[in-house]
Design a protein around this ligand. Structure first.
Ligand code: NAP
Length: 301
């Protein structure tokens, strides 16, 4: 089967398409015929900085169809359509077939095609865990979402609206009407705004751009800040009397099933920016690396 692999960190150009054996499954695994893969910043970051043990097959997010089921698996049968974010340490999504455990999977949303469905797992789980598990956002609160038009941001603003919060997104002006169509109440244009002139009236900040110096001062006293990149300084959080943390998402099939339900109820929408063939992974990662995509990019297998 074809797989997108890397043997040496350092550059996106180091990835290559290889022919490797189709995986065998253990009794507790399923074999998924992959239809599409979601692309995330970690895919290009790990090729450059080497987060995982080399060599490996890149990628975490898949959509596909179950082709074989291990003898101990009760949750799925051959032919089921699924999505999932694979085991973090081993990655392995950018391939024609994937062997994985049911705990990494959820049923594919029935109202999405495979390409749209592959865009859901990692970013939606990150947004869910940030907005609810970390910020504990409540109805009526006011939240500021950084990089609102990006992969994580677009889910974070929708989850916050679904909860009944007032949502302001940080984005460039060109994305204002796009973001309003996803429910935001307003935007702050990061390219032209002097953040020091904004009054501190947010209950929560969801930060995906390591912008704590800009965004923590916008919180009310007692507000909550969460980052999905750098940890904010203790000095800064103490100065503004807020709580702050950062975290790495984890695959969670219970949460993913809840998100799938919301998508099927049309409460949450998915937006695809670009689609690339699996063998165009290098170009796809370079596009994601530019850092200005809208919603998600996917590989079509
Ligand atoms: N901790 C975790 O578990 C976790 C999980 C997922 C992602 N992450 C990290 O979170 C970050 C965001 O991920 P993502 O998938 O949402 O990325 P993404 O889709 O690539 O983000 C693209 C968006 O970022 C916006 N943007 C770029 N520069 C900006 C700036 N200076 N200020 C505000 N917005 C800016 C772009 O808007 P314009 O086009 O207007 O510039 C675009 O809408 C990445 O660093 C990723 O590695 C961490």
């Amino acid at each position: 089967m074809k797989a997108i692999r890397i043997h040496e960190k350092g550059a996106i150009d180091n990835i290559q398409t290889e022919d490797i054996p189709k995986p065998n499954i253990n009794p507790n695994q399923v074999l998924v015929k992959v239809k599409a893969c979601g692309i995330n910043p970690v895919d290009w970051k790990s090729t450059i900085y080497g987060y995982f043990q080399m060599p490996y097959t890149l990628g975490t997010d898949i959509s596909g169809v179950i082709e074989a089921v291990g003898s101990e698996v009760t949750e799925y049968k051959v032919g089921d359509q699924v999505i999932g974010s694979l085991e973090w340490a081993t990655q392995g999504a950018f391939a024609e077939y994937v062997a994985t455990e049911p705990k990494y999977l959820a049923p594919k949303p029935k109202n999405l095609n495979f390409e749209e469905a592959a865009a859901v797992p990692l970013v939606s789980l990150t947004a869910w865990q940030g907005v609810f598990d970390k910020l504990n956002l409540q109805k009526g609160q006011k939240i500021l979402v950084q990089a609102a038009a990006g992969g994580v941001g677009l889910f974070a603003i929708q989850f916050a609206k679904w909860k009944g919060a007032e949502v302001i997104g940080i984005a460039s002006q060109k994305n204002e009407s796009f973001l309003k169509s996803f429910g935001v109440d307003g935007i702050i244009d990061y390219k032209t705004t002097d953040f020091s002139k904004i009054s501190p009236d947010f209950d929560a900040v969801f930060d995906s751009m390591a912008s704590s110096e800009l965004t923590i001062p916008l919180l009310k006293k007692g507000g909550s800040y969460v980052s999905i990149t750098a940890k904010p300084s203790e000095e800064l959080t103490a100065k503004h009397h807020v709580t702050a943390s950062n975290f790495l998402f984890h695959s969670n099939n219970k949460q993913l099933k809840t998100i799938v339900d919301l998508i099927e109820q049309d409460q949450i929408k998915v937006f695809l920016d670009k689609q690339f063939a699996l063998t165009e992974a290098k170009a796809a990662l370079k596009y994601q690396h530019e850092g200005h995509s809208k919603g998600k990019n996917v590989l079509v297998v």
